[in-house]
Design a protein around this ligand. Sequence first.
Ligand code: PMP
Ligand code: GLN
Length: 413
Amino acid sequence: LADRLTGTESNVWVEFGSLAAEYKALNLGQGFPDFFPPNFVTDALHSVASNKENPFLHQYTRSYGHPRLVNALAQIYSKIFNRPIDAQSEILVTVGAYESLFCAHKGFVNPGDEVIIFEPFFDCYEPMVLQAGGIPRFVPLRSTKPAGELTSTADWTFSREELTNQFNEKTKMIIVNNPNNPLGKVFTREELEFIGDLCKKHDVLILADEVYERLVYPGKEYVRIANLPDLWDRTVTIGSAGKTFSVTGWKLGWSVGPSHLIKALCTVHQNSVYTCPTPMQEAAALGFERELSLAEGSEDSYFWQIPRELVPKKEKIMKMLLEIDMVPVEPQAGYFIVADISKTGFKVDPKNSESKDYQFVKWMCRNKKLSAIPNSAFYTSEHKKLAENLVRFCFIKEDSTLDRAANIFHEWR
Ligand code: PMP
Ligand code: GLN
């Protein structure tokens, strides 16, 4: 391995994905729906494949994004950001949101630069900073209520002092994952303003990972950090077709931001991936065009439906977790729920050097045939203790799948 890969060898998705497969466990680990995507999405892909008029839909397309998709994204994001988004220079289409994250790290971070990350964080942020030669700095989100008590992610916040102390002349970028994976926290306007003010003061870039943007539950205010005054010029916002249309296997994502920042990402992309699959981009464009054709707030819109479908699933999983004394942290968005296992009576094996949450999930997978993700995977080594009693479950599943999980919990009791 090249030296810069040191410390980034293990991967929680690889490890727990194969464990779930090995034990044929009910998989509430990695986040993906187990139901068919909406018809208009699968029909779009089908229509692309069966279009005999246009052979070019099966050939390479424009490097920075297929024209039809960047045009659709420009329309969507012009509304979101309340400014005309230029399809040619302010958008880059990537292989999933992952590649956008990768291009941003490679495109902005110089050796020795510091990047601030809130914990818990989507696990790849830390290795991406390290592989770019940067130094990650962490700021934990903490519950303002006692551990083990039923809380909402609205109770989880960062210390203003800890965040302020992490900014210095070496700080290049801060990653703001809103809504947050794994907590499902939606940052408040006031929290985002505080972050934004520090970024302006220290001239720091903002990487806004907003892949769960369409999954904010009804009634919750959702503020985009790029929309706060004077932050557009320093912010790149990332989205994902996988999360937007419930097609994680399409692996299509994008970055939106001012052209001077998007250019850096394009430079990485054109020399690594070069261009993304054309059929997927055409189909995603059709999906967005369909959503754009519907009136604002239409109940036929998938963007209206999907968060509303998640709410009863969230209620269902909370109820079943409480039944076996796993105390959940109620999310405000997304399809993950974090639960505290300290009251379950699970005892660690003192001969095993792994953290309690890792031991618990492996035990549950082997003995209960149910898999989840240990939450310490979303913390840096020195802070893993903060998550030793926490595990994450994914609940974007058929009700019958959730019922099977409920049965497992019921028999466990
Ligand atoms: N960011 C976050 C916070 C995520 O949860 C995911 C899901 N894998 C990604 C980025 C990557 O998304 P994609 O599947 O589009 O690469
Ligand atoms: N975002 C999903 C999750 O957090 C998928 C992770 C992945 O693709 N590696 O489970």
